[in-house]
Design a protein around this ligand. Structure first.
Ligand SMILES: *[C@@H]1O[C@H](CO)[C@@H](O)[C@H](O)[C@H]1NC(C)=O
Ligand SMILES: *[C@@H]1O[C@H](CO)[C@@H](O)[C@H](O)[C@H]1NC(C)=O
Ligand SMILES: *[C@@H]1O[C@H](CO)[C@@H](O)[C@H](O)[C@H]1NC(C)=O
Ligand SMILES: *[C@@H]1O[C@H](CO)[C@@H](O)[C@H](O)[C@H]1NC(C)=O
Length: 746
């Protein structure tokens, strides 16, 4: 019977194949087609394109390990029933527009281990049912907001092991059902405040193994529904008050960082926290954490915790609140290796009793390595952390950069020494260094090659030195450098072209120098620069092309300089500039169209404290609903142009402006009435109303058209009073204004 059975089995199989005959015939020769499960596999076949003869009814296509560099538009149109598509290890570099068009049933797309550098929204067109998108192990450096905008059903997005450095605002916009985003093992060092806005369904966020030096508190606070946050393996040293404010957070992983201190109020605004994992950090003491009624577990293993009287409050707190605290003591000697739980409070002492056997070091006690070994790898006069990922030689009167740190050092603190000059090759062997602190070191010169070998350096702090010039060759060999602090130095001009070798430069701080102008080529090569701070220099002029290389600029601070007019032309070609500070420049007059060049992107505009005498009526032409804050306080003009087009304001400051309160000002008065914001506008004249709030000044009652019912033309001839449609009215008048200003331009 066994034979019979197998015969019929074969027959059945054959007939199944014949049923799907047309399809079966189309199976590409080198693939395996299972026409019962509608499953096609073509693994490791050196295919250079998606095979064209796959059965139309195929639901799962697995073509891992091929050689498909480009996925062209419409590549899968012949197989519209696909639900699973696996394209791992296919050397994919480019996904053309519409590549996945027609795959409206696809729920799983795996693109891991390819060479994809960019994701465009158009590349993901048509994937309207997708649930899981795996982009792990590619070369993605940047994601544009909206790239995932069409993936409304996605619940898992895996972007681990890419080259991401920065997450811009609204980057995950549109992922309305997302549950878990994995960003582990990138090089993230900046997360914009609104990066995680609009993700109410996100339950888990993985940011471990990145290069965050500070907790992105503001960005995290937007994650109202997130219950698990993975932040381990980031070089963060300190967690401040209310650093984590996440309403639903239950599990927080802060392990394997470089934490030296955690504020006892750090998690106060995360009331549901249940587990805090702090293992493998450098904490010696922890205070009882306040405001944590739900905490059940805290893990401090692998920290050099000193079980002295300073840990008594923590122990008492943990016992009282029945928190399971996993803490192994690193000292004093008598308790080394003991569990904190097993100690008696009375035995945890400070002062001479505790110290008689050993001197408590000021910084850290090595725990994982024998002390002698540790000493060998830490230059004399410095203190190295237990894991030796930190070196600290702050304020030691050093005149030469110490050498001999361990190769895994991530942070080196050399502040407050007297180096004067940093010679070539000053940091040999520090190929894992992320952060280098050289503030207040009387440095006047960095020689070419000074930093070479610091392959992973992201943060370089050179504030408060005497540097007046820099040669581009200084930055040879630090290709990852993203944050450069050169504030409070002696620059009288921009170091021309000095940043050419820093393709990843993200944030450049040159405030508090004496730079007198910005010229063409000064900023050559800074194509990724987002923030440029030139506050408090002597800048009188910005040449029209000076900022052109910084196409990605988002924040430009030119406040406290000597500009006499808005540098309109220089702002051209900065398509994402969102914050412009011009406060405290001696600008007396603002011309029509002064911000036209950045009107498409500007959100925050600072024009306060300038001694402004007049703003032309078309000065804000083009600006509108995008603008969130407008600072005009402390100026000398007696009125401001129609602000009706600013419908998205969250902050506006009109205080200390001597408004002339007569019927001409009625439109402003009405606008303020409708606005649900404090503006601080007061009348400066005429004398009888001086000091009255514009909003309350009785003088307007006498004006035509001020009554709540009767709509009349006002003196300006623009706004119409209509309480019911007030909002729309103000919008319309804004549009009218920009239209009329366009007209006047033409
Ligand atoms: C694919 O190409 C590699 C290298 O050229 C070769 O060794 C391998 O045999 C090829 N595999 C197939 C299935 O053709
Ligand atoms: C604390 O972390 C260590 C290291 O990962 C682990 O072995 C231990 O089980 C953890 N303790 C608790 C209570 O979870
Ligand atoms: C910069 O401006 C300040 C204030 O106007 C002035 O005192 C200083 O001499 C100027 N510095 C240079 C280098 O021009
Ligand atoms: C406006 O700015 C002034 C001066 O900085 C400040 O005191 C005031 O609180 C601000 N007002 C508003 C409404 O923001």
């Amino acid at each position: 019977t066994g034979k019979k059975w197998s015969k019929s089995h074969v027959l059945f199989l054959l007939s199944a194949l014949f049923v799907g005959r047309a399809a079966a015939e189309r199976c590409p020769r080198i693939c395996i087609c299972d026409n019962i499960k509608y499953h096609v596999m073509c693994l490791n076949k050196n295919l250079t394109e998606v095979p064209t003869t796959i059965p139309q009814i195929t639901q799962k296509l697995d073509i891992r390990g091929n050689d498909i560099k480009v996925i062209p538009g419409g590549a899968f149109l012949p197989i519209p029933y696909l639900t699973h598509l696996n394209l791992q290890r296919c050397k994919v570099e480019t996904i053309q527009e519409g590549a996945f068009r027609g795959l409206g049933r696809l729920i799983y797309l795996n693109l891991a281990s390819n060479n994809i550098a960019f994701i465009y929204q158009e590349s993901l067109d048509g994937l309207s049912s997708l649930r899981q998108l795996i982009l792990e192990k590619n070369r993605i450096e940047e994601i544009k907001p909206g790239a995932f905008g069409q993936l409304g059903f996605l619940n898992f997005l895996n972007l681990a092991e890419n080259l991401l450095v920065y997450l811009p605002d609204m980057v995950f916009q549109g992922l309305q059902l997302i549950k878990w985003i994995r960003l582990s093992r990138n090089a993230l060092n900046v997360i914009a405040n609104e990066a995680f806005a609009g993700l109410p369904t996100l339950r888990r966020l993985s940011l471990d193994h990145n290069e965050l030096q500070y907790l992105p508190s503001e960005a995290l606070s937007k994650l109202s529904g997130t219950t698990q946050l993975d932040l381990g393996y980031n070089p963060i040293t300190y967690i401040g008050e209310e650093a984590v404010g996440m309403a639903s957070l239950k599990q927080l992983f802060l392990d394997n960082m470089a934490l030296q201190d955690v504020s006892h109020k750090a998690f106060e605004s995360s009331p549901l926290l249940h587990t805090v994992d702090l293992h493998n950090n450098q904490l010696q003491v922890l205070q009882p954490l306040t405001g944590m009624g739900h905490l059940k577990k805290i893990n401090l293993t692998g920290n050099p915790v000193l079980c002295t009287c300073y840990m008594r409050p923590f122990k008492e707190w943990a016992e009282k609140a029945r928190i399971h605290a996993d803490v192994a003591c690193a000292g004093p000697a008598a308790f080394r290796g003991e569990q904190l739980e097993s100690l008696r409070i009375i035995d945890m002492r400070c002062g001479s009793q505790a110290l008689e056997e050993e001197q408590l070091p000021s910084k850290a006690i090595p725990t994982r390595e024998p002390e002698e070994e540790a000493k060998k790898k830490c230059p004399e006069g410095c203190v190295c952390s237990p894991d030796l990922q930190h070196g600290n030689c702050e304020n030691r009167g050093l005149r030469k950069i110490p050498k001999g740190f361990r190769g895994n050092t991530q942070l080196l603190d050399l502040r407050h020494n007297e180096f004067h000059s940093i010679p070539k090759d000053s940091f040999p062997g520090l190929k894992n260094l992320v952060s280098l602190h050289l503030q207040n070191c009387k440095i006047a010169e960095l020689q070419p090659g000074a930093l070479q070998g610091l392959k992973k350096l992201v943060y370089l702090y050179l504030s408060n030195n005497d540097i007046a010039d820099l040669n581009a060759a200084v930055f040879k060999g630090v290709p990852q450098l993203a944050y450069l602090y050169l504030d409070h130095n002696g620059f009288t001009r921009m170091p021309r072209g000095a940043f050419r070798l820093l393709p990843r430069l993200f944030s450049l701080h040159l405030q508090h120098n004496s730079i007198s102008q910005l010229s063409d080529h000064d900023l050559a090569g800074v194509g990724k620069l987002r923030w440029l701070c030139l506050t408090a220099n002597n800048i009188t002029q910005v040449s029209p092309k000076a900022l052109a290389p910084a196409k990605m600029l988002e924040k430009l601070h030119l406040d406290e300089n000597l500009l006499q007019e808005v540098p309109t032309r220089s702002l051209q070609g900065l398509p994402i500039l969102s914050e412009l500070k011009l406060s405290k420049n001696p600008i007396r007059y603002i011309r029509d169209g002064a911000f036209q060049t950045v009107a498409g992107s500007l959100q925050h505009l600072y024009l306060d404290n300038m001694g402004l005498e007049q703003i032309s009526s078309g000065a804000f032409a083009g600006l509108g609903a995008k603008v969130k804050s407008l600072y005009l306080e402390n100026n000398k003009m007696s009125s401001v142009p129609d602000l009706g087009s600013f419908t998205g304001l969250e902050v506006i400051n009109l205080s200390s402006i001597p408004f002339y309160c007569d019927c001409q000002l009625l439109p402003l008065r009405k606008w303020i009435d409708k606005l649900n914001l404090r503006v601080g506008a007061t009348c400066g004249s005429p004398a009888e109303v001086r000091g009255q709030k514009v909003k309350l000044a009785a003088i307007f009652r006498t004006c035509l058209g001020s009554g709540p019912k009767k709509a009349k033309r006002t003196s300006s001839g623009k706004s119409k009073a209509s309480p019911k449609t007030g909002r729309r009215d103000s919008k319309k008048s804004g549009k009218e204004q920009s239209r009329s200003s366009k007209k006047s331009k033409a």
